[in-house]
Design a protein around this ligand. Structure first.
Ligand code: PLP
Length: 356
């Protein structure tokens, strides 16, 4: 099981999980599907750290970001930004015709909880929701969601907290209930190491209560419809059933095989190894203190593209820089089911390539 694929999503998928996708088809209104669905939601709860509602939708993460805003925001939102994916919230909110304010930390930085508290405390506007990106994949930093959510709770208790955990869930701890989050979503092709195609989401009771007050929530992504069907052990429309088999198997592995805590430790160890073994030829593009356990953006002495091309010739795929950091960085995805051994082997080759 050697992995030579290190992009920050979609990430490498174990053959056993790929095999799950070939399971014979079942109907999504069958007893077998209901059993599958209930096993999945039971295992997603500890992963999200919640006793509240969890759903699975057939879409990528971006669609669920849109759904989160559609279901919870009627007028005005505050978007916190620190890179390309946090800026995606901004684009979505604007496209939905919402009034949007932005609190920008700048690329590569984390959003400062005190600045967020000050912004909300100054009562410039009332926000239906604040968006937070847990792990900014374009730059490789992890935001302190607990502190940011606390700032919202303290300063503006009826403002909902919407969190993108696309590149954190399954690799970095998420404590939905303890942190007081309202919507937390993740597509599955990153820390959960599944093929792309479905998205998991946790919702608070406040988020569902808010949805009840939003008259036009659309049809496909109506949270209340997801809730109604989930209470009966199902989903509103025909889902990607192969993904459900794969997700059930992967959650079984994460919760009762590897265990969540060991998975987080492995991710931290992968980050530390990556930073240590690249330090001779590249600078970590962000502050070490906030460096992500799932993805590292590196500024090499040599051209990032030359390094990636040379690695490609050796059979390894690394991630390119993203957005405004495209030319100066490359990224190593160290997330999902990648082993420390495979990462170490790749870093050995990278050292040869990058230093010649
Ligand atoms: N948010 C983050 C942090 C991401 O890394 C990505 C994808 O890379 C997205 C959102 C978009 O997710 P998707 O590609 O599943 O729509």
């Amino acid at each position: 099981m050697t992995c030579k694929y290190f992009i920050p999503g979609p990430t490498w998928v174990r053959p056993a999980i790929l095999q799950e996708l070939t399971h014979p088809m079942i109907g999504h209104r069958s007893a077998e599907f209901r059993d599958l669905f209930l096993r999945i939601t039971a295992d997603l709860r500890p992963l999200f750290g919640t006793a509240q509602d969890v759903f699975v939708a057939t879409c990528s993460g971006t669609a669920m970001m849109e759904a989160a805003l559609l279901n919870t925001a009627k007028q005005r939102v505050l978007v916190t930004t620190c890179g390309a994916f946090s800026e995606r919230w901004l684009a979505i909110a604007e496209s939905l015709g919402l009034e949007v304010d932005r609190l920008d930390a700048g690329w590569g930085n984390t959003v400062d909880p005190d600045e967020l508290a000050d912004h909300l405390g100054s009562r410039r506007a009332h926000y239906d929701a604040v968006t937070i990106t847990h792990n900014e994949t374009s730059t490789g930093v992890t935001n302190d969601v607990q502190a940011l959510a606390r700032a919202v709770r303290d300063e503006s208790p009826d403002t909902l907290v919407l969190v993108d955990a696309v590149s954190s869930l399954g690799g970095i701890p998420v404590h939905f209930d303890e942190w007081g989050l309202d919507v937390c979503l993740a597509s599955v092709q990153k820390g959960l190491a599944l093929p792309p195609g479905i998205t998991v989401v946790a919702l608070s009771q406040q988020a569902l209560a808010r949805a009840q007050k939003v008259p036009y929530r659309g049809t496909y992504f109506d949270f209340l419809s997801f809730k109604k069907h989930a209470d009966d052990g199902g989903v509103p429309a025909t889902p990607s059933i192969p993904h459900f088999f794969a997700l059930a198997a992967q959650l079984e592995h994460i919760i009762r095989g590897e265990t969540i805590e060991a998975r987080y430790r492995r991710h931290t160890a992968m980050r530390d190894l990556t930073i240590e073994r690249t330090s001779r030829f590249a600078k970590l593009a962000v502050d070490r203190e906030h460096a992500s356990p799932t993805v590292s953006a590196l500024e090499p002495v040599r051209s990032p593209e030359e390094i990636r091309n040379a690695m490609k010739k050796r059979g390894y795929t690394l991630g390119g820089g993203y957005g405004q950091w495209k030319a100066k960085t490359f990224r190593i995805g160290h997330m999902g089911d990648i082993s420390l051994e495979d990462l170490r082997a790749m870093l050995d080759v990278l050292n040869e390539v990058a230093r010649t």
